[in-house]
Structures are given as structure tokens and as C-alpha cells.
Write a protein that binds this ligand. Structure first.
Ligand code: GLU
Length: 666
């Protein structure tokens, strides 16, 4: 098959329906490259190499893309049976909480964007964790006002201590959000969607390489929790290894209760009591009998938790309209700002060279311009964007931050000759909080789904860092999401927008994104593309890379997903993901003193423009769907051509894309 060289054109091949949907491809040969390259230390989860040569998956009627084969299969089956994209999201999340527990689960939070193909309506859902009602602004640093000592357990870094204590645990939001969204857009019964996860938890599954690495890395932390040790560690306290069959009867029992009684059974009653008791633990296990600072969550925090419907953030970009998640995520605004700045540049002129299955080699100028635009967007993100139920955005809000004139003025700050290093935030009248939150500390997963009716769900779901807070109860891990708040409530400029406050939701970088065609009158047209990724603060960079790769550079969904990760936060360091086979990573002389000092021409080109460059491995987990007109069917006014969906899944994680897959015949 010829690879499409433009997102708007489909290669000349016939698409035939497949007789056996949702069958997982044979296990890929274990070709993983670059798995020993050090992970970028800012990232919440370990990198695990790159699987080169992935091909796009083409589906006719429905498509599921997730970071784990069993989760994708569960979603695909729901879609095959005629379930909605939202039904599939519920089934996928429950399986992911079992087979990819390091990244997401019912003990965490998430955001969803849903597109209703019949009405054109777009809705976003906020299931972000909240701080306990009894919180105060220094809870992530100090035991209390009367005992102003650092938190227990005493670990190497204040972030690590806060993360491993009960203080980091926010009231989980995933289940209330899924229930709300399922009430709006579900077609199958709530309880039926729990069956795949209950079955896998009961019968067992094989620990994957990424899950095994996550357990190994977290072993000493898991040891402090007797329930986590009993599940993730062997009787001799070594980490359970890849290939071990794991059963989780406690998770199966938890899910059976919630399937029967609804999300309420998680928030009120015995499950809620176990969560609160776990958060209040003040001592580690017999194997690690250390002091632990308890969290301040009460049963009332769980009983009172509410998910929210929010207004998505939409903005035109060239011939499309891009929609993302608004506050408390900063992702939608930061992605839209970056693209709004980039609209002032001709990115097509900087298309990657050597385009092949894995994307291509980005150009120095392309990386330079895009990373400068990101510095400017992150500067505003860290200064101004937090939970708007507590701290309003400057000026008129989203419209002020996305104003084309404002973004053109930001674009004018970019020199093609020299990196700005660190960008200053924009200046606005009428701003409440002024402090700077760039010191934000920082597992997560992304799901993209489309059903037979053309409805689409993008969901990014998280327990924050890999293995969350290491607190484990009733078969699931609790998040450490509150460490996404600023640890300091204020600095010399004033209070920080993202400071910890009671019942507030921490700012997030999660960026589930939907792209639509832009009609001649400027309004939002048909669905074109869905994407998103985990990766902590780098999520915004991964999403921008994927969008630009499809929309400006004409790469297909897989090429764009596989493409070299590059970009910058608001610091002099620009990241060029060395896990990608197209990049020559720099070897730390400490790791290999004999390695010859050399620099990839991309790296030296960026250095010549004043960038500090890191080629540390990036741990993205992009899941992309692009909808294309199908050139293979005759089109008549009575039977217009149907579309096909092209899926791309990140070769840096373990996922697959599966759908109503046609056979391709040339
Ligand atoms: N907690 C982070 C956020 O909400 C996501 C962390 C991750 O991607 O692993 O922005």
C-alpha cells in the first residue's frame, strides 16, 4: 500500500470489510531499540525504548487506540457490538486500571472530550481530583502550622516525600466523571461495561515489560504499603517480573460492587472508608516501618466529590478548528496558544526530511520555531492558568489569552537567529494571582475512540506519577495528583495561581484534543483528528508535535505519532527525543567514558541558535485517529463516500490500535 502523503488524500487501494474484528495482532517481535537510554528526569514515567516501523491501522467503522493491547481489545469489542465511544471509554479505563496500573485507574482523575456526530455537539468532562476540604496552602511542605517540619517519609527530595505521604492524594474523580458522561452518551448498560475488567482480574493477565519496569523501579516505595507489597511483590519481597500471571480478586470485587450500585458505591460506604483509612496511615509496613504524614481527606470529601461538564477551548488553526480541555487543565490553552503563535510562520517550509514509517527527521528551524512558541505559551501557563473556580484568568479569560493580536505580538518575539532561552509571560490588566509556578513537580495514559455512529472520545487519565502515591487499597492505587499544585503558595510577585486551596483542583497539562474541518463561514465542520498523550508537562509538546505533523507536514496518523518528540518548556533546554532511531543521542560520558563525543547535526544546529539541548529519552504515549475520505468506494449523491479512520499508537509504549479493520487490496 502506498503511504498517504497528505492527510487530505487517501491512497488508491480498495477497502474490504474484515470478518474477524478485534483480534489482537500476533505478538510483535520484541524489537525495541534505545531502551537503555536514560529517561528525561522531568518525566513522571520511565521511558522504555522505541518499536520501529509501526504501520497505521485502518478501520472502516470504528477504532480504539489505547496504550495496552487488552484495553484496546476491550474497547474494540464494545464498539463492535454497537456500543458508543463513551461505553468503550468506560470499559477501557477499567481494564487499564488493572493491566497498566502504574499509569491510571479508579484511584485517579481524568479529562474527556466527547464529539456527538449526530448533533455536532462537543462536551468536555472534568474528573480532576480535588484537595481535601481541610487543606491549607503549605500542606505539601510542612506537617502543620504547629509542627513546621518537612513531611514524612523523609526521602531525597521534598517532591518525593510529599508524593509518598498521604498529603499528595486528591479525592479521585474518574468514576464520577465516567458515570456522568455515560449517562449523557452511553448506550450499553453501566454494569455490562465492567465485565471485561472483572473477567481479566479474576482469570489473571501477564505482567507486561512496562508494568514490570514500573514495579521494579518503585519496589522500595511499594514496600511501605503492606497491601501494595502483597500485590506487586513476591513473598521474598522482590518485584514481580515480566511474564508473571497476576490476578486481582480485590479489584474484581471492587468493580462488581460499583457495577451493581453505581459510582456512589465508591464514594460512600466501605470502599470510601478503605480509601480514607489508607490516606490516614501514619506508619509504613513491618518491612519499612517509617513515619508517614497522613493526608487530611475525610469521608465527606469523597461523598461530596462532583465531576463537572466544562466548556471546551476551541481555536482556528489554518483550515481546521482545534478543541482542547479548559481549566483546570492548562493543556487546551497552551496547545492553542502555541498553534496561534505558529500560525504566523510557514511551517510547511520546514517539513521533516527523510519521511518514513517512524515520521522523519525534524529540521533545526522547525524545532527552533516550535520550541520558541512553546516557551511563550508555557510562560503564560505557569503564571496565569489554574483552577478557574478559584483564580480567574486574566482579562476576559480564554479569549484574552487566545486573542489573535496578542498571539501575533508573542510571535513577533521569536527570532529565527537566537533562542530566547526563557520567555516572559504576557502582561495583562486585571490579573489576580501573580506568582510564578515554574517549579511544578511533576502515570498517565491516553485513549482515543470512535464508534460506528462517528462519535468520538478522547480521554487522558492519570494517577500523576508512575504508581501514584504507592498507597494501594481494594485492588487499586491512589493518585499523588496534589503534587501538581505549587508547593509554595506565593513568591515575591504575589500569590501563585496554582497554590493549594481547600477543594481546589490542581492545574494539569493533560491535553485530550479533537480537530475539526473549518467550514467556509469559519464554523466547526466535520471531525478530522483525535489525539493526546501522557508525559507530565511535556504532554503539551507531544500533542503539538503530533498536530503539526499531520496538519502542516502531511504525515499519517502513525507517522505523526511515531515522529521524533521535540520541544521545550519555559527553560533554555530544548528536548529532542533520543529514543527515536532517527536521532543520534548523546551518551553521558559518566555512563560510557569511551563513547566518542559527537553531536547529531540537529543538536549542533540548535546549539548554534543558543539552545541547550537534551537528547534524553521521552516517554510519550500518543494515541491518534485521523479520519479520511475513502477513495476506494464509488461516491454518488445517494450514497456518499464513507470515511475511514487511520490509527496511530505510540511506539514508545505497549499499545495497539484495533477496529473494524478492513483488508487492503491493491
Ligand atoms: N499529573 C500530570 C497532569 O495532570 C500528568 C502526569 C503524566 O502525564 O504522567 O498534568
Amino acid at each position: 500500500m502506498t503511504r498517504p502523503n497528505s492527510p487530505w488524500r487517501w491512497p488508491d487501494c480498495r477497502v474490504l470489510p474484515d470478518a474477524s474484528p478485534c483480534v489482537l495482532p500476533p505478538q510483535e517481535a520484541a524489537l525495541v531499540v534505545r531502551s537503555n537510554l536514560g529517561t528525561d528526569p522531568r518525566l513522571p514515567e520511565l521511558a522504555s525504548g522505541f518499536r520501529p516501523g509501526k504501520q497505521p491501522v485502518i478501520a472502516q467503522d470504528y477504532l480504539a487506540v489505547t496504550a495496552n493491547p487488552l484495553a484496546t481489545q476491550a474497547g474494540c469489542r464494545v464498539l463492535h457490538q454497537g456500543g458508543s465511544a463513551m461505553d468503550a471509554a468506560v470499559a477501557v479505563q477499567l481494564v487499564l486500571g488493572l493491566v497498566e496500573p502504574q499509569s491510571s485507574g479508579i484511584g485517579g482523575g481524568a479529562f474527556i472530550l466527547h464529539y456527538d456526530a449526530s448533533t455536532g455537539q462537543l462536551q468536555s468532562y472534568d474528573g480532576r481530583e480535588t484537595a481535601p476540604a481541610a487543606s491549607s496552602e503549605n500542606d505539601l511542605r510542612l506537617i502543620s502550622a504547629s509542627d513546621p517540619n518537612p513531611l514524612h517519609p523523609r526521602l531525597a527530595h521534598p517532591f518525593l516525600s510529599a508524593r509518598a505521604s498521604g498529603r499528595s492524594i486528591g479525592t479521585p474523580g474518574v468514576l464520577r466523571m465516567l458515570e456522568m458522561a455515560h449517562q449523557d452518551y452511553g448506550r450499553q448498560t453501566w454494569s455490562s461495561l465492567f465485565e471485561p475488567a472483572i473477567q481479566i482480574a479474576t482469570e489473571g493477565f501477564v505482567i507486561s515489560p512496562r508494568m514490570a519496569a514500573a514495579i521494579r523501579t518503585a519496589r522500595n516505595d511499594l514496600l511501605r504499603d503492606p497491601d501494595a507489597s502483597a500485590y506487586f511483590l513476591n513473598p521474598d519481597l522482590s518485584a514481580k517480573s515480566v511474564g508473571t500471571v497476576l490476578r486481582n480478586p480485590d479489584y474484581a470485587a471492587t468493580l462488581a460492587t460499583i457495577a451493581r450500585e453505581g459510582a456512589q458505591a465508591f464514594y460512600i460506604g466501605p470502599i470510601a472508608e478503605s480509601i480514607v483509612n489508607k490516606i490516614k496511615v501514619n506508619r509504613g509496613s513491618d518491612h519499612a516501618p517509617v513515619a508517614m504524614t497522613p493526608g487530611l481527606t475525610e469521608l465527606s470529601d469523597l461523598a461530596n466529590y462532583r465531576a463537572a461538564r466544562r466548556e471546551p477551548v476551541c481555536r482556528p488553526y489554518r483550515q481546521t478548528i482545534i478543541c482542547g480541555m479548559g481549566p483546570p487543565s492548562t493543556g487546551g490553552i497552551a496547545v492553542a496558544q502555541t498553534l496561534g503563535i505558529l500560525e504566523n510562520f510557514d511551517l510547511k517550509a520546514h517539513r521533516p526530511s527523510v519521511v518514513q514509517s517512524d515520521g522523519g527527521r525534524p529540521t533545526v528551524t522547525g524545532i527552533h520555531v516550535i520550541s520558541e512558541a512553546q516557551r511563550l505559551a508555557y510562560a503564560d501557563r505557569y503564571r496565569y492558568v489554574a483552577d478557574t473556580d478559584f483564580v480567574p484568568l486574566p482579562g476576559l479569560g480564554v479569549d484574552t489569552l487566545l486573542d489573535p493580536g496578542y498571539l501575533a505580538s508573542r510571535a513577533a518575539l521569536i527570532s529565527t537567529q537566537q533562542s530566547m532561552g526563557v520567555a516572559k509571560p504576557g502582561v495583562f490588566a486585571n490579573t489576580q494571582a501573580q506568582g510564578d509556578n515554574t517549579s511544578e513537580g511533576n502515570g498517565t495514559t491516553h485513549i482515543s475512540l470512535v464508534d460506528r455512529a462517528g462519535n468520538v472520545v478522547v480521554m487522558t487519565s492519570t494517577i500523576e506519577s508512575g504508581m501514584g502515591s504507592f498507597h494501594f487499597t481494594r485492588g487499586f492505587l491512589l493518585n499523588n495528583q496534589l503534587t501538581d499544585f505549587s508547593f509554595q503558595p506565593a513568591d515575591s510577585l504575589g500569590p501563585i495561581a496554582n497554590r493549594l486551596q481547600p477543594l481546589k483542583r490542581p492545574a494539569s497539562s493533560m491535553s485530550p484534543t479533537l480537530v475539526f474541518h473549518r467550514k467556509a463561514d469559519g464554523s466547526r465542520g466535520d471531525f478530522l483528528m483525535a489525539t493526546g498523550s501522557p508525559g507530565g508537562p511535556s504532554i503539551i509538546q507531544y500533542v503539538v508535535k503530533t498536530l503539526v505533523s499531520v496538519l502542516d507536514w502531511g504525515l499519517d496518523a502513525q507517522q505523526a505519532t511515531s515522529m521524533v518528540n521535540f520541544g521545550a518548556g519555559n527553560s533554555p533546554t530544548t528536548h529532542v527525543g533520543g529514543e527515536h532511531p532517527a536521532i543520534d543521542p548523546e551518551i553521558d560520558p559518566k555512563a560510557d567514558p569511551k563513547a566518542a563525543p559527537k553531536a547529531d547535526p540537529i543538536v549542533s544546529g540548535l546549539r548554534a541558535l543558543g539552545h541547550t539541548v537534551s537528547t534524553a529519552a521521552q516517554s510519550s504515549g500518543v494515541a491518534t485517529i485521523v479520519r479520511l475520505p475513502n477513495a476506494s468506494e464509488p461516491s454518488t449523491p445517494a450514497t456518499p463516500k464513507r470515511s475511514v479512520y487511520v490509527g496511530g499508537v505510540d511506539p514508545r509504549r505497549e499499545g495497539v490500535a484495533l477496529g473494524g479493520q478492513p483488508r487492503l487490496d491493491q
